[in-house]
Design a protein. Structure first.
Lengths: 80, 148
């Protein structure tokens, strides 16, 4: 069953640091748990500035992750 | 008939050509209630970096979120200013130094609304739309750009 997975997409500098732009992870209830996991797996991220979006909306502070959500790791924007 | 606006594509692969900008201006000649246009063009700068000079910027985006965000900004600016028209184009992929990577175009009956809306659009796009630029350096290195 893959229903309890979350899809994590990464961009820019973050994708470079974790060496992939897509992670399929076991379900995690909120962004705090996810950050704990990411910092442990990829210690480099502890010194990198990035934001989290859940289903394309910016998540500020500890935010619940719905089942089946797409979570995005977004380094500071630099368009234009 | 009620029409609901939906997100439209803002992305252009590679640089935005001056010809397409000229064409976009010409397309407005039939809209004779317009009295003023305001245009912002972002151009890639050949900055000096540690190790060399910037030759190009390679743009990537979280496209679905970027289009949703651009649409949200577009609706907010339309609600705030009396505009006749608004166009936003942003490059993806490689844009060389000296080429255009962002084209924002607003039109209104009188100049003030077009000018103010254009400025606010550019600021909000740079701050809120998930696009990233990687500066490619002439020593084959690269640096992730950060908006200030």
């Amino acid at each position: 069953m893959t229903i309890t997975k979350i899809r994590v997409v990464a961009f820019g500098m973050i994708a470079e640091k974790i060496k992939t732009n897509l992670l399929e992870l076991e379900y995690m209830q909120d962004t705090e748990v996810l950050l704990g996991y990411l910092y442990q797996q990829y210690p480099d991220l502890q010194h990198t500035k990035f934001s989290i979006a859940i289903n394309k909306k910016m998540a500020v502070g500890k935010t619940a992750i719905p089942v089946g959500a797409e979570v995005a790791l977004l380094p500071p924007f630099s368009g234009g | 008939m009620e029409t609901k606006r939906s997100p439209k594509n803002i992305f252009v692969q590679g640089p935005i050509s001056p010809e397409s900008i000229a064409k976009s201006i010409a397309n407005h000649s039939s809209k004779t209630d317009i009295g003023g246009h305001s245009i912002f063009l972002g151009q890639v700068r050949a900055d000096e970096k540690e190790g060399g000079k910037v030759t190009a910027i390679e743009y990537t985006a979280y496209e679905e979120m970027a289009l949703e965000k651009a649409f949200e900004i577009r609706e907010a600016i339309f609600a705030k200013y009396p505009l006749s028209c608004m166009h936003i184009y942003h490059s993806l992929g490689e844009v060389k130094a000296g080429e255009i990577c962002l084209f924002v175009f607003t039109s209104s009956k009188h100049r003030k609304a077009a000018i103010d809306a254009c400025e606010e659009l550019v600021e909000r796009i740079k701050k809120e739309v998930p696009v990233w630029g990687k500066e490619l350096i002439d020593n084959d290195g690269s640096v992730w750009k950060e908006n200030v």
